[in-house]
Design a protein around this ligand. Structure first.
Ligand SMILES: *[C@@H]1O[C@H](CO)[C@@H](O)[C@H](O)[C@H]1NC(C)=O
Ligand SMILES: *[C@@H]1O[C@H](CO)[C@@H](O)[C@H](O)[C@H]1NC(C)=O
Ligand SMILES: *[C@@H]1O[C@H](CO)[C@@H](O)[C@H](O)[C@H]1NC(C)=O
Ligand SMILES: *[C@@H]1O[C@H](CO)[C@@H](O)[C@H](O)[C@H]1NC(C)=O
Ligand SMILES: *[C@@H]1O[C@H](CO)[C@@H](O)[C@H](O)[C@H]1NC(C)=O
Ligand SMILES: [Cu+2]
Length: 660
C-alpha cells in the first residue's frame, strides 16, 4: 500500500544498509528437500538398516551462531556459513543426538542421550500404534461387548506425562479409541472406559484395561461439513472480498520477506512450526535498517486437563515437544483460511525414515486491511475549518495453522507499519470430550470435571499455555530488561487539592531472578531497552511487551504436570542468550521430569544487564467448555504485541501516504 516509487526507494536503501547478497541463500533457511535426503543418506550409512533399527524423530537446521549470521548479513564474510543439521534418532531403543555437516558430508558429532524424557513422536509411529487395537483380542472383545462395529473404530495415541515414577518408563503412549459410524467427527464420540498402553519401541500393546461402560455419544449433531449439514442454513452474507489491483506490496526472495519498512526471514521447523528471524525495520529518519527481533517462535504449548478419572488424569500434553507444532501444520485452504490476496509457501520435514515430506501451502502471507484506523484526529476548535486526518491500518500477516489432534491453533505474526509486531493465536477445532451416562445437567451431583455439552458428552476443563521464545535484539544485541511498576502515591502536603496520583518506578533487572514476572497482580510496564542507545531526547531506545489478557497456572507447584511445565509459573521471564536453550519444557518433553525447563535455566541467575538476552512470554487460556463449543468451537483469540517505545524519534507512521 506504499506508492511504487517509494517502495523502490526503500528497497534500494535496504540493499545498501542490510546488504542481502543477491542469491537466495540465507544461513537460517530451513533444510531443503535435497539436504534432508543427504542427511538421511549420511546417517543411514553410519547406521545401516542391516545392523540397526533406526528412526528419525527430529531433523532440523542446526543454526549457525548469531555472530556468524549477523556478520554474514553485514557482508563481512563472503563465504556462506556451513550448513549443519541436528538429528535426534532412535537407534536400537536409545535416543541419539547426531550433528551432520552438509559441507563435509559427514557426521561431526554423535552421542547417546541417557537423561529423562523422550524425543518427539513421529506421525508414522502414531499411525502404527493406532492400528494395533483392531487385532488385539481383548479390545475386540470389549468393542463387541459394547455392541459396536470394529470397522468403525479409530484410535489415537496420547502421551503419558510423568507422575513421580522413580524408575524410567519405557517409551509408551496410551491409546484411546473413538467411534465413527455415521460421522467423521470421531472426537465427539469417545469409547470411554478402555485404556491401552503401547510400547512404541516394541510397537505392541503392553497393557489393557476396560474399566467402565458408558454409552458412546450419538453421532447426531456432530457433523460440521458444509456438504453434509442439513437445513435450515443461516442466510449467507453478501460477498466481502479483498482486491489489490496493483498486486501486493510485499516482496519475497527465497525466505526473505520485505514489506513497508520491515524485512524478516521466514522458516519452518518440525518442532517449532513457523520461525521469524532477523526482523528489522528501516528507519527513514536514521536512514538505516534497525534490528528488532533476532528470532521468535512458539517454544512449547502445555495443555493439561482437569479430570482425575483413570482414563484422563495423565492428559497433560506438551504439544510442541511431544507432537511437533510444525509436524502438526497442515495445508491452508485458499480463500477460506487466508484472504484472496494471500500467497502461499510450502514447507518440508523429515519422515521417520529421514526422507523429506512436502507439506504444501503451510504458510500464507497477506496484507490485512480490516477497515481499522492506524491513526486519526479531528480538530474541531474552529467549526468553520474542520481539520480531519485519518490513516487506514494496513498490516502484513504470516499465518500457519497447527492441528494437534483435536485442536486447531491459528498462528499469526502480524507486522505493522508503526513498528509493532502483533502475535496472535486463535483456538478452534474440537474439544476433547469424555463419554458419560448423563444426558441432562439435573442428573449431575458430583464434579464431572467439565460441562455437559451434548447428551453423554462432557467437555473437560483444561488450559492452553503457549510459551513464545522471543530473542529481541533491540537496535543491537546488548539489551536490558526494565520493569516499571505503576504505583499510587498519596499526596500529603497541602499544596495540591489532589489526594493521589500515580508514578512509575523503573527497575533494570540485573539478574535472571529479577526478571520473572507474574502479571495481573499489579500494573507493570515491561520494556526491552538498548542501554547503549538513546533518542535525541535522551530516552533509552526500547520495545515494550503488551500482553492481551493475562492468565497464570492454577495447578499446585508440586503437581507433576506443573513441575514439568514450570515454565508457565511466570508470564514473562528473561534469560541470558544461550543457543541451546530453545525449548521451554526441555529438549526431551515426552515424559520429562522438569529438569531441563526454562525455570531451571533461570535459576542459574545469570547476569542479564546490557547483555544478549531472551524474552519468554506465556499466554494462556483457562477453558471452561460451553455448548457453543460443540460440535466445533468458534475461534477464540489471544496474543501480545511488541511495540516500539522510544525506539523512533516520533510517530513513525506520520508520513505514511495512503494509496490513492
Ligand atoms: C529391529 O526391531 C525389530 C522389532 O523390535 C526386530 O524384530 C528386528 O530384529 C530389529 N532389527 C535389527 C536389525 O536389529
Ligand atoms: C557484498 O558482498 C558482495 C560479494 O562479495 C560484493 O559483491 C558486494 O560489493 C558487497 N557489498 C558491499 C556493500 O560491500
Ligand atoms: C451407565 O449406565 C449403565 C446402564 O444403566 C450402567 O450399566 C453403567 O454402570 C453406568 N456407568 C457408569 C460409569 O455409571
Ligand atoms: C547453555 O545451555 C545449556 C543447556 O541448558 C547448558 O548445558 C550450558 O551450560 C549453557 N551454557 C552456558 C554458557 O550457560
Ligand atoms: C541473583 O543474583 C543477585 C545478584 O547477585 C542476588 O541479589 C539475588 O539474590 C540472586 N537471586 C537468587 C534467587 O539467587
Ligand atoms: Cu480449549
Amino acid at each position: 500500500m506504499v506508492p511504487a516509487s517509494k517502495t523502490i526507494f526503500f528497497t534500494l536503501l535496504l540493499h545498501i544498509f542490510f546488504l542481502i547478497p543477491s542469491h537466495q541463500y540465507h544461513p537460517l533457511d530451513s533444510l531443503t528437500p535435497s539436504e534432508f535426503t543427504q542427511i538421511q543418506s549420511i546417517v543411514t550409512k553410519a547406521y545401516p538398516k542391516s545392523t540397526y533399527n533406526l528412526t528419525f524423530q527430529y531433523v532440523g537446521l542446526k543454526e549457525p551462531t548469531k555472530q556468524t549470521v549477523l556478520s554474514w548479513l553485514r557482508n563481512e564474510t563472503t563465504t556462506n556459513p556451513p550448513r549443519q543439521a541436528f538429528v535426534v534418532a532412535r537407534i536400537d531403543h536409545q535416543t541419539h543426538e547426531i550433528i551432520v555437516d552438509l559441507s563435509l558430508q559427514g557426521i561431526t558429532s554423535k552421542k547417546t542421550y541417557n537423561g529423562y524424557g523422550y524425543p518427539l513422536l513421529t506421525g508414522e509411529e502414531q499411525e502404527d500404534a493406532n492400528k494395533l487395537a483392531s487385532t488385539y483380542p481383548l479390545f475386540v472383545a470389549s468393542i463387541s461387548k459394547r455392541g459396536l462395529k470394529l470397522e468403525e473404530v479409530v484410535c489415537g495415541s496420547f502421551t503419558v506425562g510423568w507422575f513421580g515414577e522413580e524408575r524410567k518408563n519405557k517409551r509408551i503412549v496410551k491409546m484411546m479409541c473413538y467411534y465413527l459410524d455415521g460421522t467423521l467427527n470421531a472426537d465427539m464420540r469417545p469409547i470411554e472406559g478402555i485404556t491401552m498402553t503401547v510400547d512404541l519401541d516394541e510397537m505392541k500393546i503392553i497393557q489393557f484395561r476396560d474399566r467402565i461402560i458408558v454409552p458412546v455419544p450419538k453421532s447426531d449433531g456432530t457433523e460440521y461439513r458444509e456438504s453434509k449439514l442439513k437445513p435450515p442454513f443461516r442466510p449467507s452474507l453478501k460477498r466481502t472480498t479483498v482486491v489489490q489491483p496493483d498486486g501486493p506490496s510485499f516482496n519475497i526472495v527465497g525466505s526473505q520477506i520485505r514489506w513497508a519498512d520491515w524485512e524478516f526471514h521466514l522458516s519452518f521447523d518440525a518442532r517449532a512450526g513457523m520461525i521469524i528471524s532477523v526482523a528489522s525495520i528501516y528507519d527513514p529518519e536514521k536512514q538505516q535498517s534497525r534490528q528488532v527481533l533476532y528470532k521468535g517462535h512458539v517454544s512449547e504449548l502445555f495443555v493439561p486437563y482437569m479430570d482425575l478419572t483413570e482414563e484422563w488424569y495423565y492428559r497433560s500434553f506438551f504439544d510442541v515437544g511431544e507432537y511437533g507444532y510444525g509436524l502438526s501444520s497442515l495445508p491452508l485452504e485458499p480463500l477460506r483460511d487466508c484472504p484472496p490476496n494471500a500467497v502461499f509457501m510450502d514447507a518440508y520435514f523429515a519422515k521417520n525414515d529421514g526422507m523429506p515430506l512436502k507439506m504444501p501451502n503451510v504458510f500464507c502471507i497477506f496484507e490485512r486491511y480490516a477497515g481499522d484506523v492506524m491513526w486519526r484526529h479531528t480538530e474541531a476548535t474552529d467549526p468553520e475549518k474542520l481539520i480531519r486526518e485519518v490513516r487506514p491500518e494496513v498490516s502484513l500477516v504470516v499465518r500457519t495453522v497447527s492441528t494437534v489432534g483435536n485442536y486447531d491453533y491459528i498462528n499469526d505474526w502480524e507486522f505493522k507499519q508503526s513498528g509493532s509486531i502483533k502475535v496472535t493465536v486463535g483456538l478452534t477445532g474440537m474439544l476433547e470430550v469424555r463419554g458419560t451416562n448423563y444426558t441432562h445437567k439435573d442428573q449431575i451431583e458430583e464434579d464431572v470435571y467439565g460441562t455437559l455439552i451434548a447428551e453423554n458428552t462432557i467437555g473437560v476443563r483444561h488450559d492452553h499455555f503457549l510459551t513464545y521464545r522471543l530473542d529481541l535484539d533491540v537496535d543491537g544485541d546488548a539489551n536490558s530488561f526494565v520493569k516499571s511498576k505503576l504505583r499510587t502515591v498519596r499526596v500529603n502536603d497541602h499544596g495540591s487539592p489532589r489526594k493521589s496520583y500515580w508514578t512509575v518506578d523503573r527497575e533494570t533487572a540485573r539478574t535472571e531472578s529479577a526478571a520473572r514476572i507474574k502479571l495481573g497482580s499489579e500494573p507493570v510496564d515491561l520494556l526491552f531497552v538498548n542501554p547503549n542507545k538513546k533518542t535525541k531526547m535522551g530516552n533509552l531506545i526500547g520495545y515494550r511487551l503488551v500482553p492481551y489478557g493475562v492468565v497464570g497456572p492454577l495447578l499446585s507447584d508440586d503437581d507433576y504436570p506443573q513441575i514439568r511445565a514450570a515454565f508457565t509459573n511466570y508470564n514473562a521471564w528473561v534469560t541470558a542468550y544461550n543457543i541451546s536453550e530453545k525449548w521451554a519444557g526441555g529438549l526431551y518433553a515426552d515424559q520429562s521430569r522438569g529438569d531441563d525447563t526454562l525455570s531451571v535455566w533461570s535459576k542459574r541467575n545469570r547476569s542479564i544487564e546490557n547483555k544478549d538476552i531472551v524474552l519468554w512470554y506465556t499466554l494462556g487460556f483457562h477453558h471452561v467448555p460451553c455448548q457453543e463449543d460443540f460440535p466445533v468451537m468458534p475461534t477464540f483469540n489471544g496474543g501480545f504485541e511488541l511495540r516500539p517505545s522510544n525506539f523512533f524519534e516520533s510517530n513513525p507512521v506520520l508520513k505514511v501516504v495512503p494509496p490513492s
